[in-house]
Design a protein around this ligand. Structure first.
Ligand SMILES: *[C@@H]1O[C@H](CO)[C@@H](O)[C@H](O)[C@H]1NC(C)=O
Ligand SMILES: *[C@@H]1O[C@H](CO)[C@@H](O)[C@H](O)[C@H]1NC(C)=O
Ligand SMILES: *[C@@H]1O[C@H](CO)[C@@H](O)[C@H](O)[C@H]1NC(C)=O
Ligand SMILES: *[C@@H]1O[C@H](CO)[C@@H](O)[C@H](O)[C@H]1NC(C)=O
Ligand SMILES: *[C@@H]1O[C@H](CO)[C@@H](O)[C@H](O)[C@H]1NC(C)=O
Ligand SMILES: *[C@@H]1O[C@H](CO)[C@@H](O)[C@H](O)[C@H]1NC(C)=O
Ligand SMILES: *[C@@H]1O[C@H](CO)[C@@H](O)[C@H](O)[C@H]1NC(C)=O
Length: 569
């Protein structure tokens, strides 16, 4: 098997840069010391005041008396309210599927508590099979085999149907192999139980282990599927439920992500128009009109496709090719306020013939692997978790190659700019054959939930368009939709006092925003470098210290969760 082309054809859902504060904290606690039990036994972990516990849950909720169990890793930032005001656990899921809720709360527990209210225990958990929860999902016998087939040190999140004439067929074959390895390495039949309906049941088990009846929850991205599935299965157990970055539920459960691309091209357009308007100071890839910026990027992309560039930096080395470049641009759309200006600079330098900057912006450490470690390595299974949960949840995909090609061509009508990357997910699911009989596959929705849901969408989100929040809201009568006027994936892309004040009012007081409420954000796509221009500092002078603290907390939550999400996507 030709390894390099094989690696490239894999849709990679694994580690990008993941370093700094989080990585340090993670290594500080050994989850293997804990014993799982049916009640919560808290142990101090990471840094005070965090506490950890392992909750034992049935592997199969249809056979709860069965001896085979799963262990859910749970961390809490405890409430500091007096007992009389204590409101129980507030669970968070950062998306993926495969994102670690533990990492999110370890990274920003104090800030969650500050924003949502100290009445709550802020709770992060790793869904069954994911990260510190066991059994760990793995398709491989050794870490070396895993790293050979799924290099976690790569800057390529998605493959592209447009990389070459054989891309689709190569990706299809690679995914068939991974799907067969999943079966071959699952002798106990655990993988069929790693499904969103069971994760929803686990969330109820966690809530009940705290001594509460109803779920309080905030979920972003895939966390929206988890939240909406919970509300479908347990409509009378909804205490408070916010979903943000809402997926198309039918799209998710049919592995057809076409409708998730409704705003992808509009998101891309904000780069072109924003750059044209910002001027050459703020946008290094500037041209006088949006269509000229677009044409310049297309020409640059074509030249890289014709001639990829080798790059060596002090930290690593690699090749900046078509798929790398396309991923760098798509990645910036997820987090535009923090990425657009840097992307423009990387592109401008690349256009002058120097690939180093754009490469370095998306750099990960040079491949290294301890070949002796048996798989699975604890806390390193994002790709397998994604494939097992997202594809195991969906109805079987039996498409022929010709049908998949047609599916891609139809998808180009929805997103001409990124269907070639985003729709590779269906090909991934075509390889995965493990599904539990009788598991939930939809339809999502409930006539009456015990508390109304709050759904939140950005004006232009490249992978969870605003229309999804509206559509999903119709499946839950009484629910409300809040709009954040921003570009990027989930409301965490930029700080908005307004959005967070609605979150807080919902959790603390049960207040829903009025229909049609739109929140603005405190951020610019291409920040002005002109010091005389109006800026955030001026309009903030009348604020209280609390407002400022909450904004800083919200900003920290945003950056921590973005990192977890980026790692899990
Ligand atoms: C595919 O690549 C070609 C260049 O080889 C380009 O002209 C075309 O626009 C690309 N299609 C998509 C959907 O990106
Ligand atoms: C995928 O979804 C789109 C949009 O709803 C639809 O037009 C298309 O027929 C679907 N394709 C498949 C293979 O289900
Ligand atoms: C390429 O760009 C990088 C970063 O901007 C710079 O450090 C380096 O000197 C450049 N290399 C060449 C050969 O110009
Ligand atoms: C795919 O094949 C499976 C088993 O062969 C079958 O049960 C299922 O209905 C098929 N799915 C579709 C969408 O045709
Ligand atoms: C919805 O359920 C709640 C209890 O969960 C009940 O009080 C209410 O009457 C129900 N509303 C409708 C319209 O059925
Ligand atoms: C909750 O309601 C009370 C009483 O109306 C109000 O004083 C408080 O500011 C509200 N809290 C939030 C977070 O909205
Ligand atoms: C903008 O903020 C900077 C500090 O970050 C400050 O020096 C400058 O005076 C501000 N400009 C205006 C117009 O308020």
């Amino acid at each position: 098997m030709p390894s390099s082309s094989f690696l490239h054809s894999i849709l990679l859902v694994s580690t990008l840069c993941f370093s700094g504060t989080l990585a340090g904290a993670e290594s500080d606690f050994d989850w293997r010391k804990l014993h799982a039990s049916k009640t919560l036994h808290w142990t101090p972990c990471y840094s005070a005041p965090l506490q950890c516990a392992l909750l034992q849950v049935p592997m199969d909720y249809n056979a709860p008396q069965n001896e085979v169990t799963a262990s859910i890793a749970i961390v809490r930032y405890p409430s500091t309210s007096p007992k009389s005001q204590y409101r129980g656990p507030l669970l968070f899921n950062p998306g993926g599927p495969g994102g670690s809720g533990v990492d999110a709360i370890v990274g920003a527990g104090a800030q969650f508590a500050m924003v949502f209210g100290e009445q709550f225990d802020v709770v992060g958990f790793d869904p069954r099979g994911v990260s510190y929860s066991t059994p760990t999902i793995s398709f491989f016998k050794t870490e070396a085999e895993r790293r050979f087939l799924i290099p976690s040190a790569t800057n390529v999140l998605y493959s592209s149907f447009n990389a070459s004439s054989s891309s689709l067929a190569d990706t299809y074959a690679s995914m068939q192999l991974l799907g067969q390895l999943a079966i071959a390495n699952d002798p106990n039949g655990y993988l069929q139980h790693m499904s969103t309906d069971n994760i929803a049941r686990d969330m109820l088990s966690i809530t009940e282990a705290f001594g509460f009846e109803k779920l309080q929850y905030w979920g972003v991205s895939y966390g929206s599927v988890l939240g909406a599935t919970f509300a479908t299965l347990f409509p009378d157990k909804v205490g408070r439920l916010i979903i943000d970055g809402v997926e198309d539920m039918n799209a998710y459960y049919t592995a057809n992500f076409t409708n998730d691309m409704l705003d992808t091209d509009k998101s891309m357009d904000t780069f072109y128009s924003g750059c044209a308007q910002a001027g050459p100071q703020a946008c290094a890839f500037h041209a006088p009109t949006a269509s000229q910026v677009a044409a310049n990027l297309a020409a640059l992309t074509a030249s890289i496709k014709a001639q990829p560039i080798a790059v060596l930096t002090p930290q690593s080395h690699g090749i900046l090719d078509y798929v790398f470049l396309r991923n760098a641009v798509l990645d910036a759309l997820f987090d535009p306020y923090n990425s657009f200006a840097a992307l423009a600079e990387g592109l401008a330098v690349l256009a002058s013939g120097n690939a180093t900057l754009l490469y370095a912006q998306n750099e990960v450490p040079t491949f290294e692997c301890d070949c002796t470690v048996p798989a699975p390595k604890f806390h390193e299974n994002n790709f397998e978790a994604y494939m097992a949960i997202a594809c195991g949840d969906a109805v079987p995909v039996n498409d022929t190659l010709a049908q998949l090609q047609q599916f891609y061509e139809d998808g180009l009508k929805v997103s001409a700019s990124f269907a070639d990357l985003l729709l590779t997910t269906r090909v991934l699911c075509a390889g995965y054959k493990i599904r539990r009989e009788g598991k939930f596959t939809g339809p999502v929705g409930a006539k009456n939930t015990s508390f109304p849901l709050l759904l939140v969408g950005n004006t232009f989100d490249p992978v969870t368009p605003h229309a999804n929040a509206v559509k999903t809201s119709l499946l839950f009568p009484g629910s409300a939709v809040l709009t954040q006027d921003s570009v990027g994936h989930t409301t965490l892309v930029a700080t908005s006092d307004c959005t967070f004040s609605y979150y807080r009012a919902y959790f603390v007081n049960g207040t829903l925003p009025a229909p049609g409420t739109v929140c603005s954000v405190d951020a610019e796509l291409f920040p002005s470098s002109d010091p005389t221009a109006a800026n955030g500092t001026a309009k903030r002078t009348t604020e209280s210290l609390d407002d400022i603290k909450i904004r800083e907390a919200a900003s920290r939550i945003g950056s921590v969760v973005r990192k977890v999400l980026r790692r899990a996507l």
